[in-house]
Design a protein around this ligand. Structure first.
Ligand code: OAD
Length: 229
């Protein structure tokens, strides 16, 4: 039997209960660090050392946290659905929880890539996760965080649109829906496809979206009760 396709779009709120700060909540990362200094193409050109150090700190944080029951709940849904996760998160908590299909829209924290040959992508290891403007790959080329900076294109948006167009059910979890093109993805779902949005402080959304005002762990538990056959 072919399983229906459940497409899940996640944002920083998905990982909040694991202990990773969101960006735009009060006390979030963009309160502490000016976003255009540490996460934009211009910021990286101006002060690459600062940007490397910012992502080194994020990587060290990531080593100390674990997936939460929201992440593992999405894996449980694979019993009944072909679950495709599209995440704005750069952490690897969906993979560590065991999700079988994860597409990263904004890059991956534990990876770097060659600045001369962007197709050369390298995974860092826990004992070797710091990079700097002096870091070189095996060909002697400088590397940069494998992160989509503001002012850069989002290469995975095309595959994400393809996935969204196949969805039979859509679930959005823990995102302020403030950053495009990710926030516009849901518009590619076919007409009539049910859309759920789990967030304790949800952004305004159209009436056809069912809002579950809850954290990711509570909301995914409720979702499983609603969606299991
Ligand atoms: P934001 O920080 O903009 O939004 C976080 C959302 O998570 C808000 O709607 C919160 O209400 C919600 N939230 C907080 N705690 C939660 C919890 N325990 N469970 C569920 N939801 C919770 O983060 P994003 O929408 O992911 O990009 O931000 C999008 C992009 O902007 C990020 O990928 C990042 C950032 O700049 C880059 O760095 C490229």
């Amino acid at each position: 039997m072919v399983k229906p396709e459940l497409v899940v779009l996640t944002g920083a709120g998905m990982s909040a209960e694991s202990g990773i700060s969101t960006f735009r909540d009060s006390g979030g990362l963009w309160d502490k660090y000016p976003v255009m200094d540490v996460a934009s193409a211009n910021g990286f050109a101006r002060n690459p050392a600062l940007v490397h150090e910012f992502y080194n700190t994020r990587r060290r944080e990531l080593l100390g946290v674990r997936p939460n029951s929201g992440h593992s709940g999405l894996v449980e849904l694979e019993k009944w659905y072909d679950v495709k996760v599209i995440t704005q998160n750069v952490d690897d908590l969906h993979e560590r929880a065991g999700s079988s299909s994860v597409l990263h829209l904004h890059g991956e924290l534990m990876k770097v890539r060659s600045m001369r040959h962007p197709e050369r992508i390298y995974t860092l290891t826990p004992d070797n996760l710091s990079t700097s403007p002096d870091s070189r790959d095996e060909y002697g080329d400088p590397v940069r965080p494998h992160i989509v900076f503001f002012q850069e294109a989002v290469p995975n948006i095309e595959p994400a649109i393809d996935i969204m167009q196949q969805a039979d059910v859509v679930v959005i979890i823990g995102t302020s829906m403030a950053v495009y093109p990710a926030a516009g993805l849901v518009n590619y779902a076919r007409r009539g496809v049910p859309v759920y949005y789990i967030d304790p402080n949800p952004a305004p959304v159209p009436d056809n979206i069912t809002v579950i005002r809850a954290t990711a762990t509570e909301g995914v538990a409720r979702l499983i009760e609603m969606l299991r056959p």
